[in-house]
Design a protein around this ligand. Structure first.
Ligand code: AHM
Ligand code: MG
Length: 351
């Protein structure tokens, strides 16, 4: 890859790895990079541009489909990503954390005469947005599926309800001490760092893999008092092994650190909420795909997450992802648990 440096150059060069590739996915990935630059600019100047705090519509605070308060930056990031994605001829539909239903993208109405694009994009436009007001990292998570239904009609829910193993590409943007875009199209994971003086993402972390050592566990320990006791036992074992705790409250930041340093992220379900908090389509599945590509593993309480077909657009799931041997130990301990968390409703396992 000598001489290949920018995100755009890299994406296009990688296209040659897929026989018959048309460049459509490359175009979509570079458009995501463009939207990420726009959101990055706002995240980095949020304190100066009056964009901190809770979003209000007609004087009232607004909530998303999950009933969560929307921050101003949630709304800005959602607007930006959906606007850029809708302008991409390859996109036929979008599911966003911030919007209740499928956003259909009909290009024939723009006089393009091409109907709907072939890619379905699932996106969490601003993950961990409660961190914004306190100047801590936030992120964007995306997953891209190939549409199954004919391109002539609007996409259907089942075009989105595909297992993580069917993802064509997935990635995240981390707005941290520097801004990074990390993605995979199935041939490994590569990370790009944004150079604000040039306005480009440059390849900085080629072929990212979980290191051999297990160093970190990431969990909100306020969430483990009412869950499977095997998880507490697993965490005690992590401490005995000399691992340390790190938790930012932004999944992207925690996942990224664990990928680089060797760690595991846990967000369990509880006895009163077995489905946990995190969303399957635009949080868990893209990160499960990336983890696998980087040599890691991902599960919920009872299954490998790659084996689950979602049953609703905003489905939630318990999530355990990261270092492969840590996940293997956790799975063994949860499988032997005397008090397992019941299977959440709507879990459909592939095999
Ligand atoms: P969000 O998408 O509404 O920001 O929620 C997801 C976030 C994750 O980034 C983070 O890991 C988790 O929620 C934190 O939840 P908690 O505050 O319960 O620890
Ligand atoms: Mg999120």
């Amino acid at each position: 890859m000598i001489g290949v440096n920018t995100l755009q150059e890299f994406v296009v060069a990688r296209q040659a790895d897929f026989a018959g590739a048309t460049g459509d996915l490359s175009r979509l990935l570079t458009d995501i990079g463009t939207a990420a630059k726009m959101v990055n600019r706002h995240v980095n100047s949020a304190g100066l541009s009056g964009i901190l705090g809770v979003h209000k519509a007609n004087g009232n605070t607004s909530k998303n489909v999950q009933g969560e308060l929307q921050q101003k930056l949630d709304v800005y990031a959602d607007d930006t990503f959906t606007r850029v994605l809708k302008s991409c001829l390859k996109v036929g539909g979008i599911v966003s954390e911030e919007q209740p239903g499928i956003i259909h993208v009909d290009h024939s109405q723009r006089g393009e005469g091409r109907g709907y694009g072939k890619y379905m994009v699932c996106i969490d436009p601003l993950d961990g947005s409660s961190n914004v007001d306190v100047n801590i990292s936030v992120g964007t998570i995306f997953g891209i599926y190939r549409r199954k239904s004919p391109l002539i009609d609007p996409a259907t829910t089942s075009d989105f309800l595909q297992p993580a193993s069917a993802l064509v590409a997935a990635g995240y943007v981390l707005y941290g001490s520097s801004t990074m875009l990390v993605y995979s199209t199935g041939g490994g994971v590569n990370g790009f760092t944004f150079d604000p003086s040039i306005g480009e993402f440059f390849l900085s972390h080629p072929n990212m893999q979980f290191p051999a050592e297990e160093r970190v566990y990431s969990v909100n320990d306020a969430r483990i008092s009412n869950t499977d006791p095997a998880i507490s036992a697993f965490l005690a074992d992590c401490r005995d092994r000399g691992m340390t705790a790190r938790y930012t409250g932004a999944l992207v930041a925690d996942f990224h650190r664990n990928l680089i340093q060797g760690g595991v992220y846990l967000y369990p379900g509880s006895f009163d909420k077995p489905e946990g908090k995190l969303r399957m389509l635009y949080e868990a599945q893209p990160l499960a795909f990336l983890a696998k590509q980087a040599g890691g593993e991902t599960c919920c309480h009872h299954h490998d997450l790659l084996d689950i077909t979602p049953t609703s657009l905003h489905q939630r799931t318990p999530l355990f992802t990261g270092h492969p041997t840590a996940i293997a130990r956790l799975r063994t301990m949860m499988a032997a648990s005397a008090h397992p968390i019941p299977e959440p409703a709507g879990v459909k396992v592939l095999r």
